[in-house]
Design a protein around this ligand. Structure first.
Ligand code: XMP
Length: 213
């Protein structure tokens, strides 16, 4: 059963650790809120999957902290496997999807729960669910920590959603920018100048003098 009305975390707080202050605009979801919500998600998932042969398929690498905390909230036997998918290069815009790690376990007949960090355009989870459906699981559902619903291209909804968030590039709690920030214990927002391309410098007096020469 999908979780109803996840809380909307729209306000950035200013509680930023001093060591991260130069790069972060704010904390979007503090650690305590993450843990509270994940406990609720775990309870809902445990109710829905009681007594079933569950295979959790986690998408690398952004789920690393979310998965570890969610699994500890699932009090029933299950298997875990990993699928490597990358849709971002070193920037913040979606690129082509590449599967760089395949599943090891047998999916056929299992109740598959796909766990991802963030649902954005929906391209990744759509491709992943199609790929897994072809392997004939007994059922397939999706679980995401974050949902940027405004960015969706076409229709795709996750079955379990932690937080609906506005269209901001977020890092921390597993999420990265250029492979950094995954270790932050909260979800934060980067200052745009960290990822936005710097404007080309205007020709100063020195270069003006040079071209005039
Ligand atoms: P799509 O567009 O396929 O994107 O739904 C899902 C994947 O894109 C990455 N993503 C982000 N990563 N901060 C990140 O660190 C973000 O704000 C963000 N938005 C999307 C992420 O890898 C996700 O699995």
């Amino acid at each position: 059963m999908p979780l109803s009305k996840p809380p909307l975390a729209e306000k950035l707080t200013r509680r930023i650790p001093a060591s991260q202050r130069p790069d972060l605009a704010g904390v979007l979801i503090p650690e305590a809120d993450l843990q509270r919500r994940i406990a609720l998600m775990g309870r809902a998932i445990a109710r829905d999957y009681a007594g079933k042969d569950v295979l959790v398929v986690s998408l690398l690498s952004g789920t690393v902290l979310f998965l570890a905390d969610l699994l500890r909230r699932l009090p029933f036997p299950l298997r875990v496997d990993f699928l490597g998918v990358s849709s971002y290069g070193l920037g913040t815009e979606s690129g082509n999807l590449v599967f760089n790690k395949e599943l090891k376990l047998d999916v056929c007949g299992a109740h598959v729960l796909v766990v991802d960090d963030i649902l954005d355009t929906g391209k990744t989870l759509r491709a992943v669910t199609e790929k897994i459906t072809a392997l004939k699981p007994a059922s397939i559902r999706t679980c995401v920590l974050l949902d940027k619903k405004d960015r969706r291209v076409g229709s795709f909804e996750a079955d379990y959603v932690g937080f609906r968030i506005p269209n901001l590039f977020v890092v921390g709690y597993g999420l990265d920018f250029a492979e950094r920030y995954r270790n932050l214990p909260f979800v934060g927002v980067l200052k745009p100048e960290v990822y936005a391309p710097k404007p080309a410098p205007k020709p100063g007096p020195a270069s003006a003098r040079k071209s005039a020469a």
